[in-house]
Structures are given as structure tokens and as C-alpha cells.
Design a protein around this ligand. Structure first.
Ligand code: PTJ
Length: 247
């Protein structure tokens, strides 16, 4: 492991980058994942590497959606598995959601490496290997899901998703919670709840909100869901990026 001094001004960013490199070495993250990470870092830098208030509101709305759902699923790709494996297991526990590995560049080796990695971080059941369901409108490999996982879900958290798949999932009528640092990406634009924040800050913050809302009534959760304004959240994020970190 490399040593990064904790007082380094960009400590978090360097640690994140190292986790992605490690993910590639372990066969978890794809090489394209490195490019995706670089793109994300640029937006995060412009946001001031912080959770802006509209992102916090989106994370609270996402927590409310997950708690209200009949069958919530957290979709895991190679970047997310490298960056926040333990944090995803905690979010799944806090909301009763399933974890499903779902890859854009699907290979059996990487599927299995990610399932093992999540188990090492405390996950019990991890879906995705059965692949007996399909997302309509996508080419074969990219369409594969578990019929009793994402196939059956009413609410799906899809972090760092490719735009085509985000749109195809939305077209299936699923409530999509998207984490993406680029508010102009098609994924963020097609989301029910676009969360413009780094996945390493977003997932723990959704969990914190979910724990806080554990005893909330369905009416209260529904009110949080209804009050969230996706257009305003996207506009606020774009303003923050253009104006340098402040909404
Ligand atoms: O592991 P696989 O095969 O499923 O592939 C995963 C990647 C991410 C390679 C694949 O989904 C892909 O190519 O995604 P894109 O089209 O590059 O989109 C990734 C989006 O996530 C971009 O808009 C980035 O800005 C954003 N992003 C990258 N890193 C982060 C991020 N958003 C939040 N947190 C990050 N750490």
C-alpha cells in the first residue's frame, strides 16, 4: 500500500485514485474505469470536493425512496466496488436493499472478483451471476440482470452508470437513483433522483439519512420524496460547477 500523508490538501482525491488503481490490479475495475474516474475527478474539483446542499437533499430523498421501496436494489460496477465496498454493504443493511453486480463491460472473471470482494467486505447475498433477466432495448451483454434482482426492483441505485443503460432502466418504469458527478450526463438527466456528488461521500451520507429516517412514518418519507425537485437539484449543481463550488 502507498502512504498518503493525511494532511495533504488533496488527501481524499489521492486515496480515491489509489483505490481505483488497486481495483484494476485486482481485476475488479475495468481500464475504462480509470478514464471514468478521471472525468469524475474533474467535476469534483470544480464542485470544491464537497457535498453541496442540493446533493445532500438528493441523498436524503434517495434514502426515503429506498426505505419506501418494495424491492430496492443497489447496483454495483467495477468503480463502485473498488471505491466503497464496505459502505455499500452498510447501506444495503440500513435499507433492506439487495446488492447486485451489474457491469457495463461484463466478463465472468470480473463478475466473480466483485462478488468475492463484496463478500470480503461483509456482504451475505450478492446477486448478478444468474443473469436470467434482460433490460429491453440494450445489446445482449449489457442487458443482463437477475430476474429476482434488478429485474424485479421498483427502486434502483445506479452509481456511475452509462447513459444508455440509465435511460433503458428508466424506460422500464423503475425509480432510478443516480450518483454521477456530471449533472449534464444522460444518466443524471434521466434519473428520478440525480445525486451530483462523489460516490465516496454519497453512499455514507445516504446511509446516515436512512438511519435517521428509520422510524419515520410512510407519510413523512413520502413528503421527503415529493418535496425533492430534480430539476432544481440539477440546476443547482450546474451553477455550483460554473461558479466554483457554491450554490
Ligand atoms: O465496471 P463497468 O464495466 O460496469 O464499467 C463502469 C464504467 C464507469 C467504466 C462505465 O459505466 C462507464 O464508462 O461510465 P461513463 O460513461 O464513463 O460514466 C461515468 C460517469 O460517472 C461520468 O459522468 C463521471 O463523471 C462519473 N463519475 C466518475 N467517477 C465518479 C463519478 N461520479 C461520482 N463519483 C465518482 N467517484
Amino acid at each position: 500500500d502507498i502512504e498518503i500523508p493525511e494532511d495533504h490538501p488533496r488527501y481524499e482525491s489521492l486515496l480515491t485514485r489509489h483505490r481505483i488503481e488497486d481495483g484494476v490490479d485486482k481485476g475488479i475495475t475495468s481500464r475504462q474505469g480509470l478514464i471514468a474516474q478521471g472525468r469524475g475527478e474533474a467535476f469534483d474539483y470544480l464542485l470544491g470536493e464537497q457535498t453541496i446542499p442540493s446533493a445532500d437533499a438528493a441523498e436524503r430523498a434517495a434514502a426515503a425512496h429506498l426505505l419506501l421501496a418494495d424491492h430496492p436494489v443497489l447496483s454495483v460496477n467495477g468503480n463502485v466496488a473498488a471505491l466503497v465496498p464496505g459502505e455499500l454493504v452498510e447501506l444495503a443493511e440500513a435499507t433492506g436493499a439487495d446488492l447486485e453486480v451489474n457491469l457495463f463491460n461484463r466478463t465472468e472473471e470480473r463478475m466473480e472478483a466483485i462478488v468475492d470482494h463484496l463478500r470480503e467486505h461483509g456482504a451475505e447475498e450478492v446477486k448478478g451471476l444468474t443473469a436470467d433477466g434482460r433490460i429491453p432495448g440494450l445489446s445482449h451483454e449489457r442487458a443482463k440482470v437477475d430476474a429476482d434482482g434488478i429485474g424485479d426492483a421498483d427502486v434502483v441505485l445506479v452509481p456511475l452508470e452509462d447513459g444508455d443503460r440509465a435511460e433503458a432502466l428508466a424506460a422500464m418504469g423503475k425509480t432510478e437513483l443516480v450518483v454521477d458527478l456530471n449533472p449534464m450526463s444522460r444518466s443524471a438527466q434521466s434519473a428520478t433522483v440525480p445525486i451530483v456528488d462523489n460516490i465516496i461521500r454519497a453512499v455514507p451520507n445516504i446511509t446516515r439519512h436512512a438511519r435517521e429516517l428509520q422510524d419515520a412514518s410512510r407519510e413523512e418519507l413520502q413528503r421527503i420524496v415529493d418535496e425533492f425537485d430534480r430539476e432544481e437539484a440539477l440546476a443547482a449543481a450546474e451553477r455550483a460547477i460554473r461558479e466554483g463550488g457554491d450554490e
